[in-house]
Design a protein. Structure first.
Length: 502
């Protein structure tokens, strides 16, 4: 363990070694070897990060928009220049292939772009002469210290969905990234410091439930952003709201793709394979259920199978790999259990990816691609968010039956329809109960200037993330009513009546 890398906290603009005595292992998923240990924060260490953020807010919250955006533009340039370095950290700790990791950084950059233009989003409103010589204006102001709790599957992108807008709006930020792949967050912290961000505006504390619960309870944390599983999202929302905090908690998903009989089946099969198996299925916008309408099921499944069998699985740093390993051995085993138990629950196992290994990397967290057909809605593989490379195909007779099946799901994150019929697509986007809809687009993640978020058990709280919702979440409104007497006015005297608007 002498060569093991150590990851500490980032508090007040510098690396701070943990003092709790607790650390967690970080594993290279391709080899199964523990390469890093990460400090787990105590309550006192979380308090220190929040205190640093609170101290910094005293000046950052009143700093000019020009100063904030100048720093963000410098950060954007540094982030762009360090794409490969961040992607390599993601691959080493998460396992996703390098091109996928680069794509993650690129999508995070979109929100940095949005934050660089925050001056437009923070413009207020003014109404003059609402009554005689009375004007009313609306402004937006920062909240104070805000926190972000982020998942393992996008260790760079999801934090960038939060902190650029938060700090652009004048808040200070405490990030608690996943303890499974913490290094990308630390690299981002270093780049922010290099860009000139004042000490304490951005802080990183690593850890487990101790750190999370302290952020949820801390009286100086005004708002909490979260992305993760539905059970934890519900807990985050309930606990933080009970402590008087504003909360946006994005949960899990079971995203469906409806394929109508008139669809281009080659395009639909390509999309299903990309959306189900990309990033090894470890993303909340993965398509995990294809709903085939009418007679297209057999041909569609055959086309998906043919494409899935050609996917090359291997280490993420191998340029020829198209899919990497799963994050941990325990997660790999859990994903595999859905496939090994599928036949007993009435599923037809078309592809079984369990037991897959990569020669020379036998101890890695490998699993192959699995395809289950004629899946009943009672099967665990359909009901649960698997978060792995397992695609379920369900069969229905009509469009109406397919929409009813999809709307019966407790999740409502993303969804898609594949069809050449504009009328059917229009009906679908109005009738489907999900927050993000794709029409012949399998993973409809909105661009940065629109907001990301689901419905039902996929979102807890009133705000989606980034876009206009992000700006509103990280600010609060204030309305100012002003009357300046004209220099020629005589003193008005006391009037106890109701104010007159006319």
């Amino acid at each position: 363990m002498s060569d093991t890398k150590l990851v500490h906290h980032w508090i007040g603009g510098k690396t701070v070694e943990g003092t709790s005595g607790n650390r967690g292992p970080v594993t290279d998923p391709a080899t199964g070897v523990v390469t890093t240990e990460v400090d787990f924060a105590s309550v006192d260490e979380v308090d220190a990060a929040v205190a640093a953020a609170k101290d910094a807010f005293a000046t950052w919250g009143t700093s000019s928009l020009a100063k904030r955006t100048t720093i963000l533009f410098k950060f954007r340039a540094l982030l762009d220049a360090n794409r490969d370095a961040i992607a390599e950290l993601i691959t080493a700790e998460h396992g996703k292939v390098h091109s996928d990791a680069l794509g993650e950084v690129a999508r995070g950059l979109e929100i940095v772009d949005l934050a660089c233009g925050i001056t437009v989003q923070l413009k207020g409103e003014l109404s003059t002469e609402v009554a005689s010589r009375i004007d009313v204006s609306s402004i937006r102001q920062p909240l104070g210290v805000v926190a972000g709790i982020t998942p393992f599957n996008f260790p760079a992108m999801v934090p960038m969905w939060m902190f650029p807008l938060a700090i652009a709006c004048g808040n200070t930020f405490v990030l608690k990234p996943s303890e499974k792949d913490p290094s990308a967050a630390m690299k981002v912290a270093e780049l922010l410091a290099e860009a000139g961000l004042p000490d304490g505006v951005f802080n990183v504390v690593h850890g487990d439930k101790v750190a999370v619960d302290r952020l949820l309870e801390h009286p100086d944390v005004s708002a909490v952003s979260f992305v993760g599983s539905t059970p934890i999202a519900r807990y985050i929302h309930t606990t933080a709201a009970a402590n008087g905090k504003r909360v946006q908690a994005l949960g899990g998903a079971k995203n469906h793709m409806l394929v109508l009989p008139d669809a281009d089946l080659d395009a639909a099969a390509d999309a299903a394979v990309s959306a189900a198996y990309g990033s090894a299925g470890e993303r909340c916008m993965a398509i995990s259920a294809v709903v085939a309408v009418g007679s297209v099921g057999d041909e569609l499944v055959a086309k998906i199978k043919e494409r899935a069998e050609a996917i090359k699985i291997g280490p993420g740093n191998d340029p020829t790999s198209e899919m990497g390993p799963l994050i941990t051995a325990a997660h790999r085993d859990k994903v595999a259990s859905y496939v090994t138990g599928a036949a007993a629950e009435g599923c037809e196992v078309v592809l079984d990816g369990t037991g897959y290994t990569v020669p020379g990397f036998e101890d890695g967290h490998w699993i192959g691609l699995s395809l289950l057909d004629r899946v009943p809605t009672t099967a665990k593989a359909y009901r649960d968010e698997i978060f792995g490379p397992v695609l379920c195909v369900l069969r229905v007779d009509t469009y109406e039956e397919g929409v009813a099946l999809m709307n019966a799901s407790p999740f409502g994150n993303g969804t898609a329809i594949f069809t050449r019929d504009g009328g059917a697509a229009r009906r679908f986007q109005l009738e489907i109960e999900a927050g993000m809809v794709g029409v012949n687009v399998p993973i409809p993640v909105p661009v940065g200037y629109h907001s990301f978020g689901g419905w039902k058990d996929s979102l807890f709280g009133d705000h989606h993330i980034y876009g206009n919702d992000g700006t509103h979440f990280y600010t609060r409104g204030k309305v100012v009513t002003t009357r300046w007497p004209d220099p020629s006015d005589a003193p008005a005297g006391v009037d106890l009546g109701f104010p007159r608007n006319h």
